[in-house]
Design a protein around this ligand. Structure first.
Ligand SMILES: [Zn+2]
Length: 472
């Protein structure tokens, strides 16, 4: 008998909001009565969905910057989510959580080395949270190029989810496809059903009642064919209870009653793939995403998605300049110490997660003995690498204006990366980025990156704390 299945994928994510010096989230505007947005969204979405058991039956990815916050500030929520996933894993039904690159970086705009670090750090966070290796990875903004898929496969990832327009030719979205990779391997790709995913996300009338949703919308998405069919719907996870009230309950009833009555099974990509390996190969459109009709231009410069985006190109130039400086000094300074600076960076995440001790990490990566002073310099350079990764958080480029918390935070992280490198090396690096700063400016306020950068550098120079060796 032909099987009809539905998979709801929720992308649950919040960017880093922590002050790089204190590790704490400052009080945020608009989140009343909660001290910040993470607390508010936990109360309206993450916790109620976890309590309702929705994380056991949907497919989801939980961004590492969100899981780190949850572990510290909402441990009960994280435990419910992780326990639901672990039960699925233990029952041999495949895990239903996907990993996510650590800092939600737009990977097609990143160097290969940064792609590798983001993917490995994301996998490390997943292991820390769920206790087993991930099968799939959600790409930030579903932004893709072939090199990104190659890096996923090299790190043990078997599948991802893309928008149908990211395929180079028309696709049957009810079937998974294989993408052939340069090294001869392949990676499976699921394409989400875009019309229904859009209705689910943006037309509240569609999701008032789960039975009506199935009869009025979902049933029509299946064809009369004789193949098993999977409809995969992708949405931001915060939709369910935060962006739209009561949609946590809609999801709960959909997965725990309504689908069963309509003889549609719920599934997850890993489980479906085990029974339905791809039979067709497809090519992807390079440098495309789910939320910019202009490829990945939204995160690189001006495009029609956000008018007045003239500040975006210099912001990216600033980050690339900081990255080059920070990396150059990291490699130069550690040449005699580290056996492989990039493998050392990739593995340092285990120290930050508390899964590895610093002495153990040091014995794996440092040649011979390092003095105490040398060890402090090395830790500063490693923390600079962490800040230089998180300054590429995609949210910094997503919106229309520079005068928002997201781009300001990215600039603060960049300043912190530069200040740490400066203090490790004892030179003034500011003149090398200064010409770019006034070009990054708000259209609606007098704010430029010069003020944000200078303020962050100044606060850093007054700080006497040693570099952090744990994220929390
Ligand atoms: Zn665009």
């Amino acid at each position: 008998m032909t099987r009809r299945a539905l998979c709801i994928h929720g992308h649950f994510y919040q960017p880093s909001r922590e002050d790089p010096l204190t590790g704490m989230i400052p009080r945020e505007y608009g989140s009343d009565p909660y001290p910040n947005w993470n607390e508010k969204i936990n109360a309206t979405c993450y916790l109620p969905n976890a309590q309702m058991g929705n994380f056991a039956k949907m497919s989801f990815d939980l961004g590492p910057t969100l899981t780190r916050w949850m572990e510290k500030s909402a441990p009960g929520t994280l435990e419910l989510i992780a326990a639901a996933e672990r039960r699925n894993w233990a029952q041999g039904q495949n895990g239903n959580a996907l990993a996510q690159p650590y800092h939600h970086t737009i990977l097609p705009l990143a160097s290969r080395r940064d792609k590798v670090t983001q993917v490995r750090w994301g996998i490390a966070d997943y292991l820390h949270t769920f206790g087993h290796a991930p099968e799939g990875m959600w790409l930030p903004e579903t932004a893709v190029d072939l090199e990104t898929l190659q890096v996923l496969a090299e790190n043990g990832i078997r599948f991802t989810i893309l928008a149908p327009w990211q395929a180079a030719e028309p696709v049957d979205v009810t079937q998974p496809y294989a993408v052939a990779l340069p090294d001869g391997q392949s990676l499976a790709v699921f394409f989400y059903q875009s019309d229904l995913s859009t209705s689910l996300s943006f037309d509240a009338n569609t999701t008032i009642n789960a039975d009506t949703f199935i009869q009025g919308h979902l049933q029509a998405a299946y064809s009369a064919g004789t193949q098993d069919q999977l409809i995969l719907l992708a949405s931001d996870g915060e939709l369910y209870g935060h962006h739209q009230p009561f949609r946590d309950k809609f999801l709960g009833y959909l997965l725990n009653g309504a689908l069963h009555q309509a003889e549609i099974e719920y599934t997850t990509p890993g489980r479906w793939l085990a029974e339905h390996p791809p039979v067709k190969t497809i090519q992807i459109c390079e440098r495309t995403s789910w939320s910019c009709a202009h490829g990945v231009q939204r995160w690189a410069g001006e495009c029609g998605c956000t008018p007045h985006g003239v500040w975006k190109r210099p912001l990216r130039e600033l980050m690339d300049t900081v990255a080059e400086l920070v990396d150059g000094y990291y490699v130069d300074l550690t040449r005699g110490w580290l056996t492989d600076p990039w493998q050392a960076r990739d593995d340092y995440i285990h120290v930050l997660l508390g899964d590895e001790t610093y002495p153990n990490w040091q014995s794996d990566h440092v040649r011979g003995e390092l003095s105490t002073a040398g060890s402090v310099v090395l830790q500063k350079l490693l923390q600079a690498q962490f800040e230089r990764q998180r300054m590429y958080t995609s949210c910094g480029w997503f919106f229309e204006d520079f005068d928002r918390i997201e781009p300001r935070n990215n600039v603060r992280y960049a300043a912190h990366a530069l200040a740490l490198t400066q203090s490790a090396w004892g030179v003034d690096l500011l003149p090398q980025v200064e010409p770019l700063l006034p070009l990054i400016r708000s259209a609606r306020s007098p704010l430029t990156a010069r003020q944000v950068f200078a303020q962050a550098m100044c606060r850093f120079s007054e700080n006497t704390e040693p570099p952090l060796t744990r994220l929390f």
